[in-house]
Structure formats: C-alpha cells, structure tokens
Design a protein around this ligand. Structure first.
Ligand SMILES: Nc1nc2c(ncn2[C@@H]2O[C@H](COP(=O)(O)OP(=O)(O)OP(=O)(O)O)[C@@H](O)[C@H]2O)c(=O)[nH]1
Ligand SMILES: [Mg+2]
Length: 592
C-alpha cells in the first residue's frame, strides 16, 4: 500500500478529486458537507490500474485549518498537489508547498483541477515552476475535471508511475505511529489511527504510548477497513488498544516500539528558509504533533528548542516551526541532536553553535560517540545512530580516543593516590569513578587493564613485574614498548632471542601479567584480544582471515592463532565457509 496526501488551496477540488478517484467520501463530518469545505483530515483509498493500492489523506485547504493539514502530511512520503485551473496559484498553494518543502517531501504529482472551467496551462506552468524549486523537484502534471471525469485515467496512470518510484520502507524498522485520530468503539474501547511510515505493527504487540511511555497492547488492527493480524509501513493503520483510555490519547500522541525511542523536550535543530528574526515562542509541527516550543538561536542556522511536552524524536527528523500569532510557517527544521549538552558555562553556546555547524542531521554513530566520549548503545540506537563498536562493558560503548585517554587518566590517578597514600592498597573504585567523572563504576573495572587490575574493590597495579629479575623486566618492557606502537606485530623469534627472552622468561612475563601468549612463540600485550575485537567490529561481516589480517595489520603467523583465540572466547564465530563474524555483544569479561 502507498499513502499519498493531498495539498492545495481551499476549494481547488482536492476532495472532489479524491472522491472521483476512489468512489469514497473523504469529508467525514456533516458540517464539512454542509459547508462544502474540508475541516479535518479525510481518508479514502482505491486500487490503481497496476493493482497497487493507494490510500489518500485528504487535507483541508482553508488557512484556518493548516494545523490539521500538517498533521496529515507529517508522516506521508508523497503528495498529490492540486491547483484549480480557474484560480491558479493562491496563498495556501504557497503555504502548503512551503510545508512540504520544510518536511522534505520528495515525491509528488500535480493535478490541475477544474480544467472544464478554464484553460489549465497557465495554472500548470506557474505551479510546476513553484514546485520544481521545492524539495519535490520537477513533477508530472495532469489536467483533470473532478466533475466531468476528464483526465482521471491519465491521473491514475501518473499516480502509478509516482508510487512505483517510492522507496520501500524497512518492515523491521522501529515503529512510530503518529496518531491522527482517536475514538472509541462501543465494546472495543480505544482506537487510534495513523500513517505508519515503516516497521510492522501486529496484533498482540505491546507498544509504548508517547508522551509518557505507558504500555498499550494492540488488540486488533484494521487497515483500509479490513481486519489484519499485522501491517507493515507504508500503511494506514487503525489499532484497537488495550490499557489506554480515550482521554489519554489524541492527535500528536504516538505508538512506539518499546526501548527504541527517546522522548525529549530539548533538542538542537538546523533551521532552513528562516527569516532573519525568529520569534521566541513558536509551535513545532512534526509527525502528527503540534507542540509549543521556545527557541534559542545557536549560530546563524541552528537553534535549541525547548518543547512544552516531550516528543519521540530521532536525529534527522524533519518538521517545521509556525508562528501561532501570525499563523505562518517561519522555518523548517531538521533534528541534529535529541540529547544536547547543557549550555550553562560561559562560551558554551558559541562552542555548541560551531559544533552544530558541522552536523548534517544524518545519524552517525562514530560522530555521536566522538562528541559524547561514552554512551549507552541502546541510547545511540534510539537516536537513530548505530553504535560503531561493541560495548566496553554492559551497554556502554566508548570512543577509542576517549577510552585511551581515560585509561591514562586512571593510571595517573592510581599513581597519584599511591604517592599520597603510600600505605593504602590502591584507589577505591568509587573514588576512581568520581575522579574520572564516569557514570558507572563498571567502567572503572573495564578500564583497569594490565598493569592495573581491580582487587577487593580497589584499583591496584597488578604487575608482579618487580618479581622479574631486572634484566628480564627490561627486556619485557622493550617488547611492551614495541607492541604499544604496533599492537599485533608480535616479535619474531630472532628478536626475542636477541633480548634474551626464552620460553622460561616469557612464561614469567605472562604470569606477571605483562604479556599474553597467543600461540607458541607469539606474544602480545594482554589487551590485544580486546583491541582486535574492536578493530574487527569495523569490518563488513562476515569477514575472511585475509580481511582480518589486513585490518589488524599483521601476518598470518599472528592472525591465525589470534582469531582462534577470539573464537574460543566467544568473541568471534567461525562460519562453515571459514569466514567469521562477531558474536552479538555479550556481557564482556570485565576482568580482561
Ligand atoms: N467545475 C468543476 N468544479 C469542481 C471541480 N473540482 C471541484 N469542483 C467544485 O469546487 C468546489 C470545491 O471542491 P472541493 O473538492 O470541496 O475542494 P477542496 O480542495 O477539497 O476544498 P477544501 O477541502 O475546503 O480545501 C466544489 O463546489 C466542487 O464541486 C472540477 O473539476 N470542475
Ligand atoms: Mg476538501
């Protein structure tokens, strides 16, 4: 199924055209029929000549109802733009187009209606020029009459060509169903409807209701008037909910996949097409929601919005800001950050403005992690960004640069503490957590790799290296220095011999926690397997031995036993064709 919204000035024939195409009545209310004017959203559907089903969300054209129009087009990927031949381009033609442009709607078709009343060419030429300059770009145009039926066949064929070009949404995507209507059915309880842009809703699903987050169980689903057990986007969906009263939902609420969305009332956005002076009090329209927002400019084309109530948002979401007083669209927005940093410190706003100027609204896990240093994998996913590395511990992922710096900071903190408290046995984990400003004590444990370790709740220097004879210790230190520059270039036999490191000496170094043995004659730093796992996580999966070897920058002599070690520890998995992939991140071994 495809979902297409109408757009265009009041009385230009949108509802008449939908009626002619579908044989259904989009104006649902008696008042609408009495006044001959659409007030609220209407819904109708039909099969196109190709057999494709298209559902229309018919919007009102009158300027008083632009809010309703925006709730209808918010989640819809394509538009049937209507201009009347006898009136031509009008104020709400322009306003609706500005809204579609702000939302980034990229697929459209122009119908020049009332072509039985006037030559359609002038209206068509003007509309095509306006539309071509918007996010819709060049579109096809068809002259029609909703009254005589002239041109309807060609319009059907043009709709077919348009929907054939629409990208196929991911049925596995997290669900966000913006509610555009909510009502009760006697005996069934609360029903909500909306346009599902992607993902799948099934009977029995326990979704979350936003704002808030209370569970809502899907008791039954209808789509286009028929009962269904599940529906995937793009689709019109009516869901009968258990656990939700009618006064708890309404237009602008949303049904969400659990744990996949962040609700936020504070966000940073990129502004488009904004005037030089923006009012501070605005309304944010996004999805089917309309929420009062306070705006604080950050640089020339970015701003921070504080919303009157939280919305489930992701990086890259598009919306628009309207001035509720003047009733006009003032800017489009693209969400850049849904968990922005506080701006308390002096100069923080200027720094943030510079940072925002480099962001493009495309979710990027590495960039998010670089900015944050540490983040929960689930939170990154909820922002729309895939975590670029497996967790360091629990659900925490770390930017490699930040993680290395934290490791150095921990070593320094332990050394400083030891100098100040010569008799104390190591730095308490909680003190280390506070010193490093970490959100979770497990991160301290994960950072405490050789020569550090955690013993009895304290970070201590674990090397038994002092137990090594001086000569051996110096030789081992030389190997460790070389390995910290090239972590997978295990010293060759001749180098070990040159340093006087025989089997016995190397075994002592392993016992002391200074080296790890990967295979006969192959020694690396103790954290080499963990480092290797993080490098391998950047490869497309499954990867071959040779791809792994190249990524690690090492030889087969090292790569073969190292991968076997990773297989054995459950970090990687060897597939029947001998390629490998990382196993889904389990709770990592915190003692490593
Ligand atoms: N002659 C002629 N009249 C039309 C045509 N299309 C619509 N009309 C008339 O124009 C008037 C408005 O049509 P609607 O379909 O209600 O217009 P609309 O765009 O849905 O209006 P709103 O929903 O209020 O924005 C009605 O009186 C229709 O009968 C057409 O192709 N030819
Ligand atoms: Mg109408």
């Amino acid at each position: 199924m495809h979902v297409v919204a109408t757009a265009g000035h009041v009385d230009h024939g949108k509802s008449t055209l939908v009626r002619a195409l579908t044989g259904m009545e989009p104006d649902r209310w008696a008042e609408e029929r009495r006044r001959g004017m659409t007030i609220d959203l209407g819904f109708a559907w039909t099969d196109l000549p190709s057999g494709q089903t298209v559902a229309f969300v018919d919007v009102p054209g009158h300027e008083r109802f632009v809010g309703n129009m925006l709730a209808g087009v918010g989640p819809v990927p394509a538009v049937l733009f209507v201009v009347a031949a006898d009136e031509g381009w009008m104020p709400q033609s322009a306003e609706h187009l500005a809204a579609l442009h702000a939302l980034g709607v990229a697929h459209g078709l122009l119908a020049v209606t009332r072509a039985d009343r006037a030559d359609p060419d002038p209206a068509r030429d003007r509309a095509l020029a306006e539309i071509a300059a918007s996010s819709l770009g060049p579109v096809a145009a068809v002259a029609v009459s909703g009254v005589t039926g002239a041109g309807l066949d060609r319009l059907g064929a043009a709709l077919d060509r348009m929907v054939a070009r629409l990208p196929a949404p991911d049925p596995a995507a997290p669900v966000r169903l913006w509610v555009d209507r909510a009502f009760t059915i006697r005996g069934s309880g609360t029903v909500v409807t909306g346009t599902l842009p992607a993902g799948t809703v099934a009977v029995g699903d326990e979704l979350r209701l936003a704002p808030g987050g209370r569970p809502a169980v899907v008791r039954a689903i209808q789509s286009l008037g028929r009962s269904r057990t599940q529906v995937s986007g793009t689709a019109r969906v009516a869901a009968n909910l258990r656990g939700v009263r009618l006064d708890e939902v309404g237009r602008g609420s949303a049904l969400l996949s659990p744990d996949r969305w962040l609700q936020t009332d504070l966000l940073d956005v990129r502004l488009s097409d904004q005037p030089t002076r923006l009012p501070a009090e605005l309304t944010l329209h996004l999805g089917a929601a309309a929420v009062p927002a306070r705006l604080r400019p950050l640089g020339t084309d970015a701003a921070r919005l504080r919303l009157a109530r939280p919305l489930p948002l992701r990086i890259g979401d598009r919306g628009l800001l309207r001035d509720p007083g003047k009733r006009q669209i003032v800017a489009g927005i693209a969400v850049l950050d849904v968990r922005p940093p506080p701006l308390g410190r002096r100069g923080a706003a200027a720094t943030r403005a510079t940072e925002l100027s480099t962001m493009d609204g495309v979710p990027d896990g590495s960039a998010e992690l670089r900015r944050r240093g540490l983040a929960r994998a689930g939170e990154l996913r909820s922002m729309g960004a895939e975590p670029p590395y497996p967790p360091v511990v629990g659900d925490w992922v770390a930017d490699p640069g930040r993680w290395a710096a934290l490791r150095r900071a921990l070593a320094d903190a332990v050394a400083t503490h030891a100098a100040a408290h010569p008799l104390a046995h190591g730095l308490p984990v909680e003190a280390a957590r506070r010193r490093l400003g970490l959100p979770d004590p497990r991160l301290v444990t994960a950072l405490a790799t050789a020569p550090l370790t955690v013993r009895d709740g304290r970070v201590v220097v674990a090397t038994a290296a002092p137990a090594l004879p001086d000569q051996v210790r110096e030789a081992v230190e030389a190997v460790r220095r070389e390995l910290s520059a090239a972590p997978f270039a295990a010293p060759e036999a001749h180098r070990l011999a040159e340093l006087g490191l025989g089997i016995r000496e190397l075994a002592a170094a392993v016992r002391a926690g200074a080296l790890t043995r990967v295979a006969d004659g192959v020694y690396l730093l103790p954290d080499a397997p963990a480092t290797a796992a993080r490098v391998l996580a950047t490869l497309p999966e499954p990867f071959t031995l040779s791809a792994a070897r190249q990524a690690l920058g090492t030889s087969r002599r090292v790569a073969v036993p190292l991968l076997e070690l990773l297989d054995a520890s459950g970090t990687t998995e060897r597939l029947p064709d001998s390629s490998r992939r990382l196993r889904p991140a389990a709770e990592p071994n915190t003692s490593s």
